[in-house]
Design a protein around this ligand. Sequence first.
Ligand SMILES: [Fe+2]
Ligand SMILES: [Fe+2]
Length: 261
Amino acid sequence: MSRVIFDNGTHRCIVFDDILNEGEVEIEDVQSNQFLIVNKDHGLLFDPGGAKVFQPLHKEISKFIYPRKVKKIVISHQDPDTGAGINYWMVFSNATAYVPQLWARFIPHFCRQSIEKNFFTSIPEEGMRLNLNDSEFILLPAHFLHSVGNIHMYDATSKILFSGDMGTSLLPFTADFEPVEDFEEHVKFMEGFHKRYIVSNKVCKLWVNMVRDLDIEMIIPQHGRKYFKGKEMVNRFIDWVYNLQCGIDLLNQNAYTIPPE
Ligand SMILES: [Fe+2]
Ligand SMILES: [Fe+2]
């Protein structure tokens, strides 16, 4: 289903949160959100998903924009759930795909060689700014959160931070797509993912110090049907990340022992 989460008349942000489970198909893949931003007559896709997502997503976005009018595709990191379907978008859009520099020579492995020329642009390690008509986006460095080469996207018009895997919650698929209301209750759905996938508290703090300088109204992650809306809830999430002990902070020798025979 599609959800319009921001609309000021010329700029719309749309989330697709259950593309793979629409209809009768039940899948076990991790639930993923895909994002479309439409500014006037042009579109931008953020983390458009894997190969099996392509066809239903292409159909869904057609309700908002002619897919050939998708001009930019941003892929936050190299994981298949973010952009393994990029091969199809090369054919069925007129977009440029922006990928983290570290993965610029890896992500094209998702594609057929004959058509990839001039399709990919590297996002420098320090991030960059991007325009869609008159609207501006900031591609922020988010390395090690979780991927070693990772970016997040801030939409300056809607003031939404699309935070990739940061903020992921693993809830039952029946959960509604809605803002988090009880933060403490929500932590238990985020904790396991962040402790294992996010690299360390040092990186969390660096990220927090950066995003505190942005004017953020919503943080929407790539996984989970819950997002952070309003300054108070956004700040609660950011404060939680600041203190998060995760990844290599929690490792000890027990994790590195030879499995018994
Ligand atoms: Fe990932
Ligand atoms: Fe992901």
